[in-house]
Structure formats: C-alpha cells, structure tokens
Ligand binder design. Structure first.
Ligand SMILES: Cc1cc2nc3c(=O)[nH]c(=O)nc-3n(C[C@H](O)[C@H](O)[C@H](O)COP(=O)(O)O)c2cc1C
Ligand code: SF4
Length: 644
C-alpha cells in the first residue's frame, strides 16, 4: 500500500528514504534573537521520528533587514552553528534529511533590530506595514548576495543536508522577479532576463560557497495570481535556468503572503480544492530534469500517492497536514490511514498565530510539539462527568481519559459534534466533521462512556463525581423583527429544520461568520442573497485568510452585502432596512434569516449552584464559558484536562 510514496529518491547525492517532505513553516517557537529552542528541536524531531523523509525548516534570516519575526531561527551569525548542529543531529538520528530554508522579506518585513530600515528592489509601500522601503543600491545587492552565501556556508557547517532559497510568496526574491514590485531601470529590472538576474546570481554565489554534494533547493513562485505578477510561463523559464545554475530540486508554490486578501491563495482555506499547485508543478517539471516537489493541501495518502504516480512530480510536501498530525507518514506507511487527524484548512491556529507573532498552534493538534505518551498520568484518578459532546467536551474528555481519569459524557443530541456539525453543513466545510470524528473515536478507545439523547440529571447522586464539566455550548440569539412575517434563524437552516427549497430571494441579517457562511450556502443553491448588517463590520469574527477566501466565494455568487443597514421591518415579502441615514426597500423576499450571534448555555451551572453543588468542582468550558472560537476552546479544554 502506498508503495510509490515510500520509494527512495535521490536529490543531488543525498538518498531520501521516501518522498514525504515536511514543508517549510514558521513556528515562532525559537528562543528569541535567532537561537534554536528545545521546543523547536522537539517539534522537528517529532516529524523525523514519524517517518518524514526530508524536513525543510522554517524560513531563517540571513540579514538583519530581512528578519521578520522575533522568535525565528537565524543563520546570520556563526554563534548559532552549535545549536543548529543539535537540531540536525537530532533529526539525522532517524534517517531523515534536513534542509535549511533561507529568506529575506524585502518590502514586507515586519520586524528589524534597531538601526536598520526596510529595503526592496523598488520603493513601493508595504501593504502590511505601510512603510516605504528604500530602493536597494548595487552595494545593497552585493551585501545581500554575500549574506545568503555566508548563511549557506553556516548551514553546511551546522550539518544541514542543503539549503532552500525561498523564491516564493512575494518575499524579496519574488519582488525582484515580479513586474508588480520591480520597477528598476538598471540591469535588475525591466526584461524577464533582468528580473531573473538576482535569483540566478544568488544561486551562483551559494553554489560557489558550499560543497558539490550539498543540496541547493529553490522554492519557486509558480504564479502570483495578480495583475503584473509572476506568471507560470516566467517561472518555467526561471526553473530551466535555475537548473543550469546548479539548483538540485525545485519546490513549487504560488501566491503572495503580504496580506490575507492574497495569502489565502498560498496557504489555502477550505474553499480551495486539494492539491491546488500540482498542475503548475507538472508544467514546471516539463522544463527541468531535477526532482520537483509540490505543496498545497495534500491531505490524504491517496492524494499523495496519485501525485507521485502521475509521474511528473517527484516528492510531496506536507505543511499543515503535518501540523495537524505529525504521525501522518508513519500511519500511512503502517496502513493506519483511517487514524490520521486531517487538517481542516481552517487557518485558525497555524498561519493566523504566526501572522499575529504568536507560536504555532492547531485546532486538530492541541499536543503540538509533544506526543500523547508525554501526557503525564494524573496522581489520582478522578471520576468526571462531562456535559456536552462538542469539540470542547470531546477534547477535554480525551485528554482527561488519556491521563487516567474516569470520564462519562452526556449530550441531549443523538450524536456528538454540537455546533461543529452546523459549521460542517455549509459548502466546502464538510471536512469540519474531522474535528469531531477522531476525537470521538479516540475517546471511546480510551474508555470514555457516552450517553446520547440524554440530558444531564442534576438530581442524581452527584457525590460520586469529583468534577462536573459544563461544555454545553451556546444557542442562537433569536431576533424579533417588526412586521407580520416570521423570521428564521440561521441554525435552523444549517440543521435542516427549515428548508430553503422554494426560495428565490433571501435576506440575511448579520454579516458575522454565520451570516456569511449561510450566504455561501444559499448562493451555492442559486438563491439571490442580500446580507444586511447594522455595523460597518463584515466577517469580523472570521480568521483573516478565511474571510478573504469566503468573500471571494460570495462575490462569485453575487451576494449583495450592505453595511450600516439595520433591518427595520419584514412584512409580506418586503424588507425595509436602513441605508445612509434613510431607509431602503427590498422586495419579493421569500425568507429573512437572522444570524446575529449566540448566548452561552450556562443554565446547568445555575442549576448546580441552586442545589449547592460545590462551585470549585464545576469547570465551565468553551462557548458555555463565553469563548466561541474553536482554537481557544480546544486549547482551553486541553489545558483544563492537564490541570487535573
Ligand atoms: C504556519 C505556517 C507557516 C509557514 N511558513 C513558511 C515559511 O517559513 N516558508 C515557506 O516557504 N512557506 C511557509 N509556509 C507555507 C507552507 O510551506 C506551504 O507551502 C503552505 O502551507 C501550503 O501547504 P499546506 O496546504 O500543506 O499547508 C507556511 C505555512 C504555514 C501554515
Ligand atoms: S489550525 Fe486548522 S489549518 Fe492550521 S494546521 Fe490545524 S487544522 Fe490545519
């Protein structure tokens, strides 16, 4: 099974044990100041231990003007070599190769030590920081070429098997290549030959600084998906020349990371099909003989195997797939694919946290960087009642059971899932069921008992429980609107209790996550949809990259989003709402659906308090505790289980 994926492959002179590569991903787990932390060593070693063939590290800085995060690894100084050597030794123990990615952010840099200013091929303001970088002089270019070369030398001294030049995602190297960001009129700007000069000179100086066995990988911008941006035909030409200049492997990506409105194309959400860079990689492969690898929502072993079997791509890169489940490769190899915890492309942890300068985290992997066997067994086994089998209740129950507690779960619904099941009902979000499925399965494997269709009875003998966990979620706020027609709540549409079968035109009240996702569902079914929102905010509670992708979908379905438009009334197919201090009328409306937020379901806490149950033994988690964010909720459930 999956034989092709586990075939060895040679890059330059290094034989990799298989074709599974960990994609480069910033972690913000570093020590600060460029050093390597124990957390980082554990994080990478965990992937090596679990059968990944090659690891490409997070982007490392080579020069102070391109150091875009405080807690990232660096190759700027010799001082880091011993710490990096500990990392490479730790990974090599498992027969896994490791390559250091080197990068400079150019105009998009967000962090620099004092005394430095941003520089780029051309002085165009960063959309991230608003800062206009200075135009790089010939001396700046020479200084950076030398900085990259020295970084590559240090990587070799630190025991890495190679370096990867980050030529993608709109950073410095793409900025030279792209007509969008390169307005120079010297030998580095203008024609494609001139725009390719910097990346090719960069490869030349690196190749000249390292041994011939050392791998030089190039992460290529296949397509910037923007007017005047890098095109696939340009990147095919560049790939050809990169190979001539000594690059040993091409790593294909696309898109630009500068702002969420574009980043959703490079780090795609649930609204982009799986394996979305494979076509570009196959096209690039036609122009080179060196191995080609590709990233981009490769989530299942079948997808990975099919890509390699297609014959035009040699290695697959897993980014978030390995964040969600570091054991993906070993589970695949051992025929346990059904046990994989799939990434759901929510971007709620991983890239959102990195963009906020926080450490990497994941809704599917609260253990991130450690492993189940490291969960300390509790000193005393407690008897715990958990009420609510949504993501919060399940996460808590699983971790508590893994620590040796006896856990029983009650839910008044017939199945586990809670609100996640509503989220999974909108188009492209069916994968959200994966947040529930594995947790439920592993809860049962760890001895958790479940009572479904069963509300928790506070009048039973509660003295047998050491703790009662309230994870009862939230309920929609049902808005009363003036008029003679009834409104529906979004949850009733998502759970199927209200049918949209005969609707031609609908008005949604509220442009938060629920309203936008409902508009997506209705638009998808050909229903003319108008959202009226009383504030100026659209999707304020949606993860930025997901919001950008979702709004893109809504534009496809011509959803009309009106802000500062409070609904006034709904009578016989006519909605009146505010508009610029006046009112406007929407006619022929078949339904008005409200999506105006939720209120905590905390009544169980009140009932327990009324019967004088010891408040110290009540743990209220998730939406019931007023959170309402799957990342925070799963993390707080995990922490609560660890604290017992
Ligand atoms: C948290 C996070 C950090 C990333 N950091 C980097 C990086 O440092 N260098 C890089 O080339 N790509 C980076 N990427 C992009 C990934 O390497 C990969 O191309 C992208 O996530 C698509 O693959 P996936 O769908 O398997 O995650 C990052 C992605 C994520 C999610
Ligand atoms: S936070 Fe979401 S997108 Fe990121 S790795 Fe985890 S499941 Fe995937």
């Amino acid at each position: 099974m999956y034989d092709t994926l586990f075939q060895p492959v040679t890059i330059n002179h290094t034989v990799l044990k298989n074709r599974v590569v960990m994609a480069p991903m910033s972690t913000n787990l570093g020590k600060g100041g460029g050093g390597v932390s124990e957390d980082q060593i554990n994080y990478y070693t965990e992937k090596a231990r679990n059968e990944v063939g090659l690891i490409i590290t997070e982007a490392m800085s080579v020069h102070p003007t391109g150091a875009h995060r405080v807690r990232k690894m660096s190759l700027m100084k010799d001082d880091y070599i011993p710490e990096l050597r500990r990392l490479t030794d730790s990974v090599h123990r498992f027969g896994t190769a490791i390559i250091a990615q080197i990068n400079h952010q150019g105009r998009t840099v967000t962090f620099m030590p004092d005394g430095y200013s941003a520089m780029a091929p051309s002085p165009i303001a960063s959309r991230k920081t608003g800062i206009v970088p200075r135009e790089m002089t010939q001396e700046d270019i020479q200084e950076l070429l030398s900085a990259f070369a020295k970084a590559a030398m240090r990587a070799e001294q630190a025991g890495f098997d190679g370096v990867e030049v980050h030529g993608g995602h709109g950073y410095l190297i793409t900025q030279f290549l792209s007509k969008r960001w390169n307005k120079r009129d010297d030998k580095y700007g203008g024609s494609l030959d001139n725009r390719m000069r910097f990346p090719l000179e960069l490869v030349d100086v690196i190749r000249a600084s390292v041994s011939s066995d050392f791998i030089v990988s190039y992460r290529i911008e296949s397509n910037e998906y923007a007017e005047n941006g890098v095109t696939l035909s340009e990147s095919c030409k560049l790939a050809e020349l990169l190979q001539e200049h000594g690059v040993n492997v091409i790593n294909v990506v696309g898109g630009n990371n500068e702002v969420p409105e574009e980043q959703f194309k490079s780090i795609a959400t649930m609204y982009t099909p799986d394996c979305y860079f494979v076509e570009a990689a196959e096209e690039i492969k036609k122009h080179v003989t060196v191995p080609v690898m590709v990233a981009g929502k490769i989530r299942t072993p079948e997808e990975a195997e099919d890509i390699i079997n297609g014959g035009n791509v040699d290695l697959i890169l897993l980014g978030r797939t390995l964040v969600a489940d570091p054991e993906w490769a070993v589970k695949t190899k051992e025929g346990r694919a059904q046990d994989i915890h799939r990434c759901v492309s929510c971007n709620a942890g991983c890239i959102s946290k990195i963009n906020e300068q926080q450490s990497i985290s994941c809704v599917q992997n609260t253990l991130l960087g450690t492993c189940v066997s490291h969960l300390k067994h509790a000193e005393k086994s407690l008897n715990i009642a958990v009420v609510g089998a949504g993501i919060t209740g399940l996460e808590f129950s699983l971790r508590a059971a893994q620590r040796g507690h006896k856990v029983t779960v009650w839910d008044k619904s017939p199945v586990p899932g809670g609100q996640v099941l509503l989220a999974a009902a909108s188009p492209d979000k069916g994968v959200f069921k994966e947040l529930i499925n594995w947790r439920y399965k592993e809860c049962k494997e760890n001895g958790v008992a479940f009572y479904f269709n069963t509300p928790f009875d506070v009048h039973q003998d509660l003295s047998k429980y050491d703790k009662i966990v309230v994870a009862t979620g939230a309920s929609p706020i049902r808005l009363q609107i003036k008029g003679n027609k009834q409104t529906i709540d979004a949850w009733d549409v998502f759970d199927g209790s209200s049918s949209y079968g005969g609707w031609k035109k609908a008005v949604i009240v509220g442009a938060g996550a629920t309203g936008l996702e409902l508009a997506h569902l209705l638009g998808h079914h050909g229903i003319e949809t108008i959202i009226v929102e009383m504030t100026e905010n659209v999707g304020a509670n949606v993860v930025p990259t997901v919001r950008a992708a979702l709004l893109n979908e809504l534009r496809r379905y011509s959803v009309d989003i009106r802000t500062k438009a409070p609904i006034v009334s709904y009578n016989d197919g006519v909605v009146i709402c505010g508009s610029d201090g006046s009112t406007t009328t929407i006619e022929n409306v078949d339904a008005v659906i409200t999506a105006v937020g939720v209120r905590q379901n905390k009544s169980l806490v009140d009932e327990l308090t009324e019967i004088n149950y010891d408040a110290e033994n009540i743990i209220c988690l998730g939406d019931a505790n007023g959170r309402g964010d799957i990342l925070v909720d799963s993390a707080s459930a995990f922490e609560a289980a660890l604290a017992l």
